[in-house]
Design a protein. Sequence first.
Length: 568
Amino acid sequence: MSKIEFFVLGGLDEHGKDCYALTINGDIYIINCGIITPPSISLGVKKIIPDFTWINQNKRAIKGIFVGTPSYDRFGSLEFFYEFIPNVPIYVSNIGAVILNTYFSKKINKHNHHQPKLNIRTLEPLKTERIGTVMVTPFRISNCIPRSLGLIFNTSDGAVIYIDDFIVSSNKNTLFEDEIMYINKFTNHKNLLLIVGAGLAGRSKGFTNPHHRVAAYFENIMIDAPGRILVACYDHDVYKILGLLQTTANKNIPINIYSHTFVELFNYLNQNNYIGNHKLLTIDDTKIDESTNAVIVITGTSQRLFPKLEKIINDDDPKFHIKDDDTFIFAEGTISGFEVFEAEVFDNVARTNINRIYKLPREILPVSASNEDHKFLVEMLKPKYIIPVSGLYMDFIEYQKAVIQSGFAKQNVLILENGRNVSFSNGELEPKTKFVNLESQYIGTQGVLDVGASSMFERDQMKDNGVVLLNFLYSKEEKIIKKFNYDTVGVTNINDTNRSIINGIIEECNKTINTIMSSAIEKNALDIKEIKMAIRKFVDKHFEKKFNKKPLVLTTIIFAKNHKHIKQ
């Protein structure tokens, strides 16, 4: 008999920041330690990470962190996790170890002024080992990053199986082969819980394979390209980049990978004979502008790729300058929430002299599970319960629709939210769930932690609507505002007409606040917080009516003499 809990710290109803805590008989196993990097440094925020308060409170029970698919959005907050709990073992594949070491070898921890030393341990596929009190078996899955791993946590009530993302693959390439057919061998078909990334559920009805293959698409563009080919893609999309490398090798076209992270991974793969093509012609960054026919692969995280492209398009990159005969390919599908940034990139590319501009067609799918992939996995494993993760709420609903078509019970697909904790006792779901209120942690431009949704709302309000600053000097004896001044920043253009309107609003505000304060003093019930709230509501109402803006209102009230009636 086992006591199992699954707690979501991030990654649900959002893209990125995946972080889950699996508790088995008191031992805690953290799965992923994700991050969100905004496409632009908006509101002073560079990164958003999970709330690690619960983890810090339960740190003595943590046995390890598991990163099955080593993409930045799944491991990017490890450095901040380590500030709470240093030296926790991080379990990854051999390629995952290369990716993490490459990233953090160049990463300076701004808080402690040293490089974070991660305790990385490599997992061997299909080799079971005891971690804490639980036997854990990793297995290979086929997705966009080679040698990614799924995980089996064996319990007395059945296995808990975790898979970030996958496709059912017939790929014989050892980098992308999958081992999902071996799962039941290690679980004896006793599968309690499947936790799986929603992938393309609802967006692609069949199997993903072979619709993820891109070689023919790149080849057709290369045939007529008059000059260089600039290919933009996400750096976690290793499958696509390796396919592009193979295509250029077959055509004897030189290639440059404009990404430090992927270059290190490529060198590792090449040195260990994972890439068997010796025809590959590469050029270094200093030769990009000299080349007349090279393929230049520009990569970045899903959040940072767009700023990187804008820098190149605006001619702000020191090594890379656009040429008239270049061809531009955006080799990714559209991610929900990034439509505006993608549109801006295409618009700005069109403003250059580049005439050949391509976007990966919808028919070419990401290396991510479609409906039939999910149905195949569920029919093979026959788990008792399923929790879809890593996606938006609508993705989870689509996942649920897909698997119930194969006969799975709808009520056993558990759709959770960040902060939700579900428990299983003796192989059954407990009826009551727990909820922990989580606050995303905002990492500012100075490396400081700024916590709280309210502060982020105020920053957003200032950005879009501006600020009104109000200062009042109030006399208790005369029961009147003796002096006041105001200023507005970013609300509207200050011309004679607008200034007259604003003066009128502030004069009316003075009269209203005078009445409220005088009445409160007479009743011996003056509350500064309530007064400021009244001022804010008054200003909001009138500025919205006159300027269609609801600015952030910052008020200072100074009393001519100390007032004993003020509530503390």
